[in-house]
Design a protein around this ligand. Structure first.
Ligand SMILES: Cc1ncc(COP(=O)(O)O)c(C=O)c1O
Length: 385
């Protein structure tokens, strides 16, 4: 059978979390009450000063294309934020503002990869990484990780994966799906390898205890991708950025000019407010509440007898170890997630979405409201009981 669709578009894998969400929405349309613990969607509105800044900017006519690298005032604000948070010096000309962390990753991999270039990633990892790398012409080389290292690849494992085709290693701390944080000493050891590091720092700021460290504290031979979706509850605004060395920035800028032109004008102006100290208290309130939800979910799972694979210290995810249950009832994490959805009406993400290393786990998001999480835990208790 012929198709108009290219091979690489045909081969792109579905994002399982979205499939669970869509199945949950189908149940909801039939009147079923579903508790959502699958998606990584902050359960908060964007803080009021940010929304107001967007309204003001729009009314002031900030509705045009901007510089392809982004509004300069925002790039300066991003550099200032990095100085405030990490004491690192970022040149605003080494920042490109794009429509989310996801496009930032696609663009950086397109800038780095020749056909067949290898990017080292963890298994399990954020489900979209392999697709982004493959679409950019690269090859994702996975390093199997364990709960002992918080499912982060250690320096020795990364060293063993390096070949003449290796272009970069991709790290993500605090991580999706586990919420684990790479220790500063390990980041320093990683930087010593001399490999180019792409660091997905989208969950920075969302930590419950000590802060996460940016790769830029350890090496300039790196690119940071980050955005406003999670920390500022701005998923729908589609705004992110890349910090990279000048040659990578120039390549990304040219792609941005051709493919996307620029990010949204008034969203960029509002993001300056997001990064300002004016928003610190709003962000802190959300972090405190996520911390409460985290404790609730960890304690609730413990009561049910489900182990949390590795202590989550950031983001809003718990990676629950259900290997024994899956073995006992002879099912995959995918089958288990759908059975939980259909029987208990709780939506959770199968660990296999995050790679073969995630099989036997479920990812639970605690971004939803506290009361809904209580309800979800109660239903899970009955299901597993
Ligand atoms: C690890 C990770 N990186 C990137 C993204 C995408 O972020 P954005 O909304 O900025 O595209 C997500 C979204 O869930 C994520 O979990």
């Amino acid at each position: 059978m012929t198709t108009l669709v290219s091979q690489r578009a045909r081969e792109i894998k579905p994002f399982l979390v979205m499939e669970v969400l869509e199945a949950a929405q189908c149940l909801e349309r039939n009147g079923v009450d579903v508790v959502h613990m699958e998606v990584g969607e902050p359960g908060f509105e964007t803080p009021a000063p940010i929304r107001q800044a967007a309204i003001t900017a729009m009314q002031a006519g900030e509705t045009h294309y901007t510089h392809s690298r982004g509004v300069r005032r925002l790039r300066i604000a991003i550099a200032e934020w990095h100085r405030r948070k990490y004491r690192t010096e970022i040149d605003p000309d080494c920042v490109v503002v794009v429509s989310g962390t996801s496009p930032a990753m696609l663009l950086v991999f397109m800038a780095l990869c020749e056909t067949g270039s290898e990017i080292i990633i963890a298994d399990p990892c954020y489900a979209c990484y392999p697709q982004l790398i493959t679409f950019a012409g690269g090859v994702p080389v996975t390093v199997r990780t364990t709960a002992q290292t918080g499912f982060h690849p250690d320096r020795e494992a990364i060293s063993r994966a390096i070949t003449s085709r290796t272009r970069a290693v991709l790290i993500n701390s605090p991580s999706n799906p586990c919420g684990t944080v790479i220790d500063p000493a390990e980041l320093a050891r990683l930087a010593e390898l001399g490999l180019f590091v792409v660091s997905d720092e989208i969950y920075h700021g969302l930590v419950y205890g000590e802060r996460a460290h940016s790769i830029r504290e350890y090496t300039d031979h790196s690119a940071v991708v980050n955005g406003f979706s999670k920390l500022y509850a701005m998923t729908g605004w589609r705004l992110g950025y890349l910090i990279a060395p000048p040659d990578v920035v120039r390549a990304v800028q040219k792609m941005q000019q051709n493919f996307f032109i620029s990010a949204c004008h008034f969203a960029q102006t509002a993001a300056i407010t997001a990064l300002s100290e004016e928003c610190d208290s709003y962000v802190q309130e959300m972090i405190d509440e996520y911390g409460r939800r985290r404790d609730l979910v960890i304690a609730g799972l413990e009561r049910i007898g489900i182990a949390v694979a590795s202590e989550p210290r950031g983001a809003f995810y718990v990676f629950a170890d259900v290997r024994r249950h899956c073995e006992r009832v002879k099912c995959s994490s995918y089958q288990l997630a759908f059975d939980i959805l259909n029987q208990a009406h709780v939506a959770v993400t199968p660990g296999s979405d995050f790679g073969p290393g995630g099989e036997g786990y479920l990812r639970l998001s605690y971004a939803a409201e506290y009361e809904r999480l209580e309800e979800g835990l109660q239903r899970l208790g009955k299901y597993f009981g």
